[in-house]
Design a protein around this ligand. Sequence first.
Ligand SMILES: [Zn+2]
Length: 214
Amino acid sequence: MSRVFEILQPHSDDAWLSNSSIITSKNVTDVVTVCNEPERIAEDKRLYGDLGIQTRPLLKNAWYDKLLIDNKRKGNADEIERHVAELTTNNNGYRTLREIIIEYVAGIPSEKTLLAPLGVKHPFHFFVYDCVMEATPQCEVWYYRDFPHAYRAKSSADWLEKRTQTHKLLLQTEADTELVYRVMAKYYKTQGGFIRNEYHKILDNHTEEIYIQR
Ligand SMILES: [Zn+2]
């Protein structure tokens, strides 16, 4: 496979959790993170430094995704749409996050393939997906199934079904879940709570999935 990938992740660790098989295939040049949470960006820098992959936050200044906190209240679809509307509102003449993401996507050179989140269930992942869909890229865009959000049977089935009306499955790879878990535990110390709560889910056999627009 001679394709060269750049991965856009809403939060630090999303790229690894959803795309470990592509990342370990050594065809990824860059991982770009929307949220700029300095202590988590430092974790990405250690992992991708060891893998020889460049990584950077999309935003110059520290920026935390407050929607994560709201998400803990288990937002329904309407609530998610409201969050998207809030984030889209122009803020005193500054460029909105939506504009920054759209500009970033448009600037990726045509010889690369962008891996962007499919945006299932998690409101901020959906926001990033929605921005990517609005952009006019020169490069091809593939969409990765968001782990763990898009793997929760209870809450994500409707979202995934809705998304597969516009996107079709392109690639399925058996995840090396032991490796995914070991890397999470070694590099993403700030996510200790998540790793402890979700270790069954992380170690569950599952396929990593890539979708393209129909
Ligand atoms: Zn995320």
